[in-house]
Design a protein around this ligand. Structure first.
Ligand code: TXA
Ligand code: MG
Length: 304
């Protein structure tokens, strides 16, 4: 494994590795991804093995442009086109009917496929150079916290990959919103930081929450650090805590009071907490309206 600075020369190397069926860690605006050629079943199987992920958990195909997304589906609706024009590149994944040439390994046997155009110049360039869509789950071991920096990567993931492309800290910090367009009306399978107002406007109303069963990857416990997390209204003075108000306790870390900034930071703090071997961390309840942040906190809190 080699960590590469994202120069054009290095991106050419990484693209060759992808075409050879190898694994590469890629930066995206949401979280780092564990990528391989999404049209190569052996390469896709390597992703599942490296993550320790059950084979019934489908992957997202990452494309550089919406024209490429069209080639991966048998039905690109007007709604899909409008959403992609408005919100791509960005943290929105669309589930659409799968084209026949996509291996069933990638979609875990489903007849739908998840596609997303990520907003990160390094990965967009890599996809162009590789000339194939990149299958990429978050680059963590199954059920662990997603990495938002290269420093968060698990040694087992590093061992399994040819290259790590370092694109710096992820701007968004939470996994993409997953919107299913194969259900009628469309449903949100995973909450994320995609512009909810824009989605509502395009769909002509707020999409319903889909059940976890329709998205096999949505286990209740997920995104979880090793430390025990406890939600509180106001953290105790002498214990490790992520707080929302100024505090003089040396054990407290003040988190941003703004949803976007909080989302961008939370996984980083959870990774640091695990590195320090802290056993229990209190987390002050963020505002109710931060739905994607709440979704991840609830999953991280959920008992094993
Ligand atoms: O932000 C992200 O989406 C990151 C970056 C790397 O792009 N990727 C990511 O992938 O979070 P992953 O594999 O950790 O999560 C993909 C989610 C899972 O919940 C999975 O069940 C769902 O998307 N999914 C994938 N294909 C699907 C399909 N055909 N139907 C329903 N859900 C699907
Ligand atoms: Mg994941």
């Amino acid at each position: 494994m080699k960590v590469l600075a994202p120069t054009e020369e290095n991106l050419v190397l990484a693209a060759e590795a992808v075409r050879d069926g190898k694994l590469v860690v890629i930066p995206t605006e949401t979280v780092y991804g564990l990528a391989a050629n999404g049209l190569n079943p052996e390469a896709v199987n390597r992703i599942f093995a490296a993550k320790g992920r059950p084979a019934d958990n489908p992957l997202i195909l990452h494309v550089a442009h919406r024209e490429e997304a069209k080639s991966l589906t048998t039905h690109w609706s007007e709604v899909a086109e409008t959403l992609a024009i408005a919100l791509w590149p960005g943290p929105l994944t669309l589930v659409v009917p799968k084209a026949a040439h996509i291996p069933s390994e990638t979609t875990a046997g489903l007849d739908s496929v998840a596609v997303r155009c990520p907003s990160h110049p390094v990965t967009l360039r890599l996809i162009q150079l590789a000339g194939v869509p990149l299958a990429a789950p978050s680059a963590n071991r199954f059920m662990a916290t997603s990495p938002t920096r290269v420093a968060h990567l698990d040694p087992a993931i590093l061992d399994a990959v040819e290259y790590v492309l370092d694109g710096g800290p992820c701007d968004v910090g939470l996994e993409s919103t997953v919107l299913s367009l194969v259900s009628n009306p469309p449903t949100v399978l995973r909450l994320g930081m995609a512009d909810a107002e824009a989605i509502e406007l395009i769909l002509g109303g707020a999409p319903e929450r889909g059940s976890d069963r329709r998205s096999p990857g949505m286990h209740a416990r997920h995104y979880a650090p090793k430390a025990q997390l406890v939600l509180v209204d106001r953290a105790d003075e002498g214990v490790a805590a992520l707080v929302l108000r100024p505090s003089s306790s040396p054990f407290h870390l003040q988190m941003p009071g703004d949803e976007r900034a909080y989302a961008a930071r939370i996984y980083h703090e959870l990774h640091l907490i695990d590195r320090q071997g802290v056993e229990t961390v209190q987390i002050e309840r963020p505002p109710r309206e931060w739905s994607a942040v709440w979704d991840r906190l609830n999953r991280a809190l959920s008992p094993p």
